[in-house]
Design a protein around this ligand. Structure first.
Ligand code: XMP
Length: 521
């Protein structure tokens, strides 16, 4: 399904920078649609249709002379479209047009001061009164000879050609990263590129997306039926609500209660989607089936596989009962599609087999509808609000597909699940009560498979340890533990131990990711 093809856009060519996704996000925050393509795909000129109003060449770990590792499509430079090269992108423009790049005498990583030495539309309002600004650098090569007709706009102590331009061609190069927040007023520089140089008009907001996606989905689906696996998480909730607005009762959602959800969650999903939003919802209570298949299983990967497979089995079982279904809706997001990590050819080793309600079987022979496939998570949240979903759903912490099963290391029993649901409930409520829930990216309680001795009243206890985890993060790829005040920790520890039979000790996880992961298994 090719939504958004006819929107005016900025094309970002990715050379493997860790910041490429940030470039796209900043541009979208400025109200312009942007897409990322891997540099290998940029050799196909078909992608340069009339709707591209500007091109950004990203940074990357490559060296401009390393032609074994990449081939630059020179035709990009003769399309008469404005180009902004960032870091490696800046170096490649210079090299291709006759300039020279070489290893810097000093590598520049971190903050650097740049000084204005020329004028350009690109730097309007970018410099302070003393004509300086602090920017974020991350490079070891640099341009040391500019191509013909380029002029210097700004320099730093270590790189003379920090901002350059070819006015007539509308080519710009910056050695630093305007997309990272450490670069002061980096967004202003990007804004100048978009609006003063590319002359593109705002076309990207939650409202635009809502109207456009509803229209596109309607056209794409016609009179057919769509099924959707609803988990109650943000992504599948937004997909369901969007489709419901677009095709009404032709959407059928299937919600599988695995018994591994948070306390009250199943009821909340049914209340919200079936009762309040009047969406066609099939509720499947599969608690017993899941616990049966998980009996005596303690290996984390086995647990994940069993849960993923059973989920699919049940979903298919119910989906088959609905006649004439042509489409399957999934909450795939943009970061899942971007192929930026393969520039150096390295494969990251498999840490965990993620089970996602989105990852449904291909063999079902249904056509996919993935209306969120061009959106980042924060955009999905804004779209959710625009679609009138409650803040409660839209700003929920992420919850893993295998649910509480991976928060009970070792063997799972109904009793352990019951204890954990209560502990998690107390923890999350306490966070909400103290206005901490929205400051934390994800928080949960886990039940460790260890019993320890305690004393309550005059009696000895021998019960489980509850582990609490709360992290801050941008995207779940890296994370840091949240620094609670002692009072909070004392209160929550007391509440859990005093109210939940089965737990007599509470510990807090203070590891970051890496070296740990967010979940325990
Ligand atoms: P880790 O534990 O890998 O978690 O650091 C990163 C983020 O992913 C979530 N997570 C999952 N989400 N299916 C999901 O949909 C899964 O199988 C799964 N495993 C982990 C985790 O909660 C965190 O937000």
């Amino acid at each position: 399904m090719s939504l958004n093809n006819n929107l005016k856009k900025i094309l970002i060519i990715d050379f493997g920078s860790q910041f490429t996704q940030l470039i796209a996000r900043r541009i979208r925050e400025l109200g312009i649609f942007s897409v990322i393509v891997n540099h290998k795909k940029a050799n196909n000129l078909n992608i340069f249709n009339n709707n591209i109003r500007g091109i950004i060449l990203s940074g990357g770990p490559l060296n401009v002379y390393d032609s074994n590792k990449f081939k630059f499509n020179r035709k990009i430079l003769s399309l008469n479209i404005p180009i902004l090269g960032i870091c490696f992108g800046h170096q490649i423009i210079s090299k291709e047009l006759g300039g020279k790049v070489k290893k810097s005498k000093y590598r520049e990583f971190g903050l650097a001061q740049v000084k204005k030495v020329g004028n350009s539309q690109l730097i309007k309002n970018f410099f302070d009164k003393k004509n300086t600004n602090n920017v974020w650098m991350s490079h070891s090569d640099q341009v040391f000879k500019l191509p013909k007709d380029f002029k210097v706009i700004a320099s730093s102590k270590n790189s003379k050609f920090t901002i350059v331009e070819h006015h007539k061609k509308r080519f710009y190069g910056v050695q630093f990263h305007p997309e990272v927040t450490h670069t002061n007023k980096g967004k202003i520089l990007l804004k100048n590129f978009l609006f003063s140089i590319c002359k593109i008009k705002k076309n990207w907001s939650a409202k635009h997306q809502k109207l456009k996606l509803i229209k596109d989905v309607k056209n794409y689906i016609g009179n057919n039926k769509v099924i959707c696996a609803l988990s109650g998480g943000v992504d599948s909730s937004v997909v369901a609500q969007l489709l419901s607005k677009a095709i009404g009762k032709k959407l059928i959602c299937i919600f599988v209660n695995t018994g591994l959800l948070r306390k009250n969650e199943a009821k909340q999903v049914v209340d919200t989607f079936k009762k309040k939003l009047k969406i066609n919802l099939i509720y499947v209570n599969a608690e017993k089936e899941f616990i049966k298949r998980l009996t005596n299983v303690s290996n984390p990967e086995k647990k994940r596989k069993i849960i993923g497979n059973l989920f699919i089995e049940i979903f298919e079982r119910y989906a088959k009962k609905i006649k004439n279904v042509k489409f399957l809706a999934q909450g795939t997001l943009y970061p899942d599609l971007i192929e930026s990590k393969s520039v150096t050819g390295s494969q990251t080793s498999k840490i965990k087999s993620h089970h996602n309600v989105g990852g449904l079987p291909k063999k079902m022979k249904l056509k996919l509808v993935e209306p969120l496939r061009f959106l980042f998570k924060d955009e999905v949240r804004k779209l959710g609000l625009e679609l009138n979903l409650s803040k409660n759903i839209v700003f929920r912490h992420p919850f893993p597909g295998p649910g509480l099963a991976i928060r009970i290391p070792g063997v799972i029993t109904s009793q352990k699940i019951k204890i954990l649901k209560e502990a998690d409930y107390y923890f999350i409520n306490e966070l909400k009560k103290n206005n901490l829930y929205n400051k934390i990216w994800q928080a949960y309680a886990a039940l460790l498979p260890v019993k320890t001795v305690g004393v309550m009243g005059d009696n000895r206890t021998y019960e489980y340890i509850c582990l609490l985890r709360a992290i801050t993060s941008e995207d779940g790829m890296t994370a840091d533990f949240f620094n609670f005040k002692k009072d909070f920790m004392q209160t929550i520890s007391n509440k859990i131990v005093n109210n939940i039979k089965g737990i007599n000790r509470v510990v807090y996880d203070v590891t970051s990711k890496p070296p740990s992961t967010i979940e325990l298994e």
